[in-house]
Design a protein around this ligand. Structure first.
Ligand SMILES: *[C@@H]1O[C@H](CO)[C@@H](O)[C@H](O)[C@H]1NC(C)=O
Ligand SMILES: *[C@@H]1O[C@H](CO)[C@@H](O)[C@H](O)[C@H]1NC(C)=O
Ligand SMILES: *[C@@H]1O[C@H](CO)[C@@H](O)[C@H](O)[C@H]1NC(C)=O
Ligand SMILES: *[C@@H]1O[C@H](CO)[C@@H](O)[C@H](O)[C@H]1NC(C)=O
Ligand SMILES: *[C@@H]1O[C@H](CO)[C@@H](O)[C@H](O)[C@H]1NC(C)=O
Ligand SMILES: *[C@@H]1O[C@H](CO)[C@@H](O)[C@H](O)[C@H]1NC(C)=O
Ligand SMILES: *[C@@H]1O[C@H](CO)[C@@H](O)[C@H](O)[C@H]1NC(C)=O
Ligand SMILES: *[C@@H]1O[C@H](CO)[C@@H](O)[C@H](O)[C@H]1NC(C)=O
Ligand SMILES: *[C@@H]1O[C@H](CO)[C@@H](O)[C@H](O)[C@H]1NC(C)=O
Length: 755
């Protein structure tokens, strides 16, 4: 019975109770067909009222036209009722109704699909069967077991139309005979007898895998609590991402699953039954997983190589290898062993993620192998040779965004049928090299990226030597570059300019670059000239520029699909002729200045030298010519601007009055005044070319006007060049005044610290 029906029955029951409390219901309802009627049947609903009133009758709250027989009875004829309905009667002024629920339904149909299962050999038998269509009304099922008289097991049909009954087996019987009876208020059906062999309906309890022991290729299953007479097992197992495989085995001892892959996770489940002919299968056990052990790989690696450009006589190669498939690796590859055969074998071990290695050698015989925890794969020997390159023998055909078909002619690269290696990589990304081996003269390469440009080659593996036909710039999809190159000035002259530009990032190229165009716009004339530069050149020299003009320059890149956008602009102006002249003058002036400075230094160097000689003989060779007798000194001793300085420290016995040293400021005989101070004896005149050294204490034959300055200003960057007198520097003492030597005396220890 449906829940709404139950609910309304309860509701009415409540009404009846409520009415009873105030002295009974207003009315009573009756149906000529009862509460459960056949679907689509006709019947009459009538109400008997207790009091006089205006009578109303409803079907599911919808008012019906009724016939009134006498003062207390009203009735309606219901036709073709197909759905559950509530009929109510009430007085107009009294809210309290009386009512009846009527459910249309079907009589039960013949029971079908009876199955009986005995849970274990000593358990109860459960039988289930189905009664055709849904009867919609309360239907009871009965099962009678023959041999057990008057023993009937009852059950209620569920909403899906299934009936079931569970009963024990009493006594010892080999066969089970049952009768079924399904009935409701609209009818009943009976089937039988149904006969079962008891042993055939036995379903053993679910087994359990206790534990698993695995080697690299087989696993042994250990189960619990088998019944002694349960002899047939079925094992189902699967590796990761594989489909189930089944195996039936009679003997429990041989729950041994062989031919498994090493280093693979397997999932196992088992079930059992009495024997091949008798009984039912148990449910599958819970799944249990185990991993088989590793084995040494037994496949050689697929190895290929590229020759690198190198200057030395050693040839350099980039060796690539492919990862072994999971089934070939038979374990976790821990490293790769690259061995180079020279006088003795030199092995290099690289990590498991590496797929390439760079090797330089003269006669290169290399072997590569993969190593897992158990052992090493058989080595792949490869003789690295320079490849004879031919070009233009490979044609291609784009199939879609991700694949290209390539064709080549046998004769162009090989003399007879042979194996070919076809390799390719995105331009500039040799580390992403991929290759396939074919014996045909065509191949399809897959997994390409539509925005990349690829290059590669077909190599014929002839015994006489490898020959390689290169494949340049292929792409599956073409578009113009997304970005332009950024130009930069390399050098500039008044009539020419060299420009270079950056590479466009690979992901912005959208195909294979074919050329660049350099645009030059004359800002004065306004005309634009352009020049093509073949890819991969990245610089261009523009000549024929007008001096003193301003230009704007930009560069675009091209693919087969067309021209990309311009990169950033490079505005520049060529120097004019006057500017050029000026710069030449500046350059020449600079050169002259530099020469003079050098000369000056040399000139003053003699004075430094003498200091060096005095203070630190370690630094200077001893036998240097006396600068006082040098030609310059003599030349400079032309009578000019003679100055007198009082000399306090001079030998007082010679004279009462303070001695003076006659110091002459001698200009250097050139446009630059080389001012230095020359000491003389008191009596010596300007014409006296011989300089007398008064005492060893006073060695400063030449006193640099700047020397005093240098003594005062320690840390000055000119400290070591006290003699480079700039004409701009003011002399520290007034020319023409008198300077005593203790004033001018220079502390050499300060000046040149000789340690
Ligand atoms: C119900 O009544 C209709 C109309 O009077 C009639 O056609 C039909 O056969 C009746 N159904 C039954 C089951 O008597
Ligand atoms: C009875 O009702 C059902 C559904 O409401 C309709 O399909 C059918 O034709 C009706 N039968 C008669 C005899 O009126
Ligand atoms: C009874 O079993 C048969 C065969 O297994 C099936 O085809 C049929 O649909 C089943 N009947 C019902 C009512 O489930
Ligand atoms: C078998 O059925 C009987 C009666 O229905 C019940 O009392 C008993 O517990 C059941 N036995 C088992 C093992 O389920
Ligand atoms: C089936 O069950 C119904 C209701 O209990 C009963 O009236 C009827 O006689 C039974 N039929 C058989 C064949 O047992
Ligand atoms: C399982 O089978 C393999 C090969 O079939 C055999 O080598 C191994 O000994 C067997 N293990 C057990 C426990 O029977
Ligand atoms: C299967 O088991 C039954 C009952 O235990 C036995 O009678 C029969 O001989 C067995 N059949 C086979 C093929 O083992
Ligand atoms: C690497 O391979 C070479 C050549 O097969 C072998 O002599 C060497 O022992 C291997 N090195 C390691 C670490 O396995
Ligand atoms: C090919 O790739 C480009 C770029 O990703 C895309 O715009 C285009 O729709 C693709 N064409 C096809 C046929 O998938």
């Amino acid at each position: 019975m449906s829940s709404e029906c139950t609910w309304s029955v309860l509701l009415i029951f409540h009404f009846i109770l409520a009415a009873g409390a105030v002295g009974g219901t207003v009315c009573t309802v009756k149906s000529s067909g009862g509460k459960e009627v056949l679907v689509g049947s006709n019947f009459t609903v009538s109400c008997l009222f207790k009091n006089q009133c205006t009578k109303l009758i409803f079907q599911d709250k919808k008012k019906l036209m009724h016939v009134e027989f006498n003062s207390s009875v009203v009735s309606v004829d219901v036709k073709n009722l197909t759905k559950f309905s509530i009929f109510t009667c009430k007085c107009m002024k009294d809210p309290e109704p009386c009512g009846i629920d009527i459910t249309p339904g079907h009589p039960p149909s013949i029971p079908e699909n009876l199955t009986c299962i005995r849970k274990t050999e000593f358990g109860n038998v459960s039988c289930t069967w189905k009664t055709g269509r849904d009867t919609k009304i309360t239907t009871t099922c009965q099962l009678r077991v023959e041999g057990v008289p008057d023993f009937v097991y009852k059950s209620v049909m569920n909403s899906a139309g299934f009936c079931s009954a569970t009963f024990p087996i009493i006594g010892s019987m080999s066969h089970l005979i049952v009768w079924l009876n399904v009935s409701n208020s609209l009818g009943s059906t009976t089937t039988g007898p149904h006969t079962f062999t008891l042993s055939n309906i036995v379903k053993p309890s679910r087994p359990n895998i206790r534990h698993l022991e695995c080697s690299s290729q087989y696993c042994s299953l250990h189960t619990n609590n088998h019944g002694a007479h349960l002899h047939l097992f079925e094992v189902k197992y699967r590796g990761e991402n594989e489909t189930w495989k089944n195996l039936q085995t009679d003997a429990e001892s041989s729950l041994n699953i062989s031919s498994l892959q090493p280093h693979t996770n397997y999932e196992f489940q088992i079930r059992r039954k009495i024997n091949h002919t008798v009984g039912l299968w148990s449910d599958w056990s819970l799944a249990k997983t185990a991993k088989t052990k590793e084995e040494a790989p037994d496949k050689v690696l697929d190895v290929w190589y590229l020759q690198e450009h190198s200057q030395s006589q050693n040839k350099c190669f980039l060796i690539f290898w492919k990862e072994l498939s999971k089934s070939d690796a038979k374990g976790e590859i821990q490293m790769y062993n690259i061995s180079e055969k020279r006088m003795k074998v030199k092995s290099i071990i690289v990590g498991p993620t590496r797929r390439h290695y760079n090797i330089c050698c003269t006669y290169c015989s290399v072997s590569v192998s993969a190593i897992n925890s158990v052992g090493q794969s058989p080595v792949r020997f490869i003789e690295l040779r320079s490849l004879g390159l031919v070009s233009g023998f490979v044609s291609h055909n784009t199939l879609n965004n991700h694949s290209i078909a390539l064709f080549w002619s046998t004769l162009a690269i090989a003399t007879h049928r042979t194996e070919y290696v076809l390799h390719w990589y995105p331009v500039g990304r040799r580390d992403r090299l991929e290759w396939i081996r074919v014996v045909d003269t065509k191949a399809i390469i897959r997994g390409l990226h539509p925005k990349e440009c690829y290059q590669g080659a077909v190599t014929a593996l002839c015994s006489s030597g490898f020959r390689m036909a290169s494949i340049e710039g292929i792409s599956t999809w073409k578009s113009v570059p997304e970005q332009g190159p950024v130009p930069q000035q390399n050098w500039k002259k008044s009539e020419s300019l060299q420009v270079k530009w950056s590479e466009i990032p690979h992901d912005k190229r959208r195909g294979c670059l074919t050329k660049y165009t350099v645009y030059l716009k004359d800002n004065v004339k306004g005309d634009i000239q352009n020049n093509d530069v073949k890819y991969p050149m990245k610089q261009y020299t523009i000549s024929g520029l007008s001096p003193g003009h301003c230009y704007n320059l930009w560069v675009t890149a091209w693919t087969d699909a067309g021209e990309g956008p311009r990169g950033s602009d490079l505005p520049f102006c060529t120097p004019s002729d006057t500017e050029k002249l000026l710069s030449l003058v500046i350059l020449a002036g600079g050169a002259v200045l530099l020469t003079c400075l050098v000369l000056l230094c040399i000139c003053q160097f003699s004075c430094v030298q003498s200091r060096f000689l005095t203070c630190c003989k370690c630094l200077m060779p001893r036998d240097i010519p006396d600068p006082a007798n040098s030609k310059w000194a003599k030349d400079c001793a032309i009578d000019q601007g003679e100055m007198k300085f009082p000399l306090h420290q001079y030998d007082s016995s010679m004279s009462e009055e303070p001695d003076t040293v006659e110091v002459e400021v001698v200009p250097y005989p050139s446009s630059f005044t080389c001012t230095y101070i020359k000491s003389f004896s008191q009596t010596s005149g300007c014409s006296d070319t011989t300089l007398i050294t008064r005492s060893s204490d006073i060695m400063e034959d030449y006193i640099c006007t700047h020397g005093a300055r240098s003594g005062e200003e320690e840390g000055d960057e000119f400290k070591f060049l006290p003699c480079t007198v700039s004409p701009l520097l003011e002399p520290h003492f007034p020319c023409g005044g008198k300077l005593t030597l203790d004033v001018v005396k220079i502390d050499c220890s300060e000046f040149l610290d000789c340690t």
